[in-house]
Design a protein around this ligand. Structure first.
Ligand SMILES: Nc1ncnc2c1ncn2[C@@H]1O[C@H](COP(=O)(O)OP(=O)(O)OP(=O)(O)O)[C@@H](O)[C@H]1O
Ligand SMILES: [Mg+2]
Length: 148
């Protein structure tokens, strides 16, 4: 028996197009940037990481309690370590778990990042790109959708 709920987490560098994709899809993701804005009045505040992701998980659990059919999570989620808490929640609650992997070359992410309002420093982009590990079904996802 599996439940009807699905969790879909984005995986991708800044500038890879995560928020744009969700906006075009017309859905309302739980967004780590929106939570930074709500907690600290600054969507780029990187000093409250723990609180931000505790809030993401809290909101996700509230949605699952309400049996919302799909919950999207808009954050970079670059490593298995960052993704593990969602896989754990999905297992505990018998949810389907999908990753939406934005497989976009670093140079394109950098160019898009440079052309927008809120900019992530290039050095941070390089660091994040080195950290990025693509999500796989072996890691525990029921499905990995690649967006290019
Ligand atoms: N498919 C696309 N083709 C061209 N430009 C795009 C595409 N998707 C997004 N962009 C542009 O790239 C920029 C970054 O996109 P977006 O903000 O969606 O990235 P993001 O992955 O949400 O980044 P962050 O992790 O920093 O929030 C925006 O200016 C957006 O308009
Ligand atoms: Mg975004």
């Amino acid at each position: 028996m599996s439940s009807a709920e699905t969790i879909v987490i984005a995986v991708g560098l800044p500038g890879s197009g995560k928020s744009t994709y969700f906006s075009k899809l017309g859905v309302n993701p739980i967004s780590s940037d929106a939570i930074r804005l709500q907690l600290a009045d600054d969507e780029s505040d990187q000093t409250i990481h723990g609180r931000v992701f505790a809030t993401v998980r809290y909101l996700l659990k509230q949605r699952l309690d309400l049996h919302r059919p799909i919950t999207y999570i808009d954050a970079t989620n670059l490593t298995p370590k960052e993704r593990r808490p969602y896989l754990k929640i999905a297992r505990e609650r018998n949810c389907r778990m999908e990753a939406l992997y934005f497989d976009v070359p670093l140079e394109i992410c950098k160019a898009r990042n440079a052309a927008r309002g809120r900019q992530v420093p290039d050095a941070a982009m390089d660091q994040m790109s080195k950290k990025l590990i693509a999500p796989t079904t072996t890691e525990g996802f029921d499905h990995v959708e690649v967006v290019r």
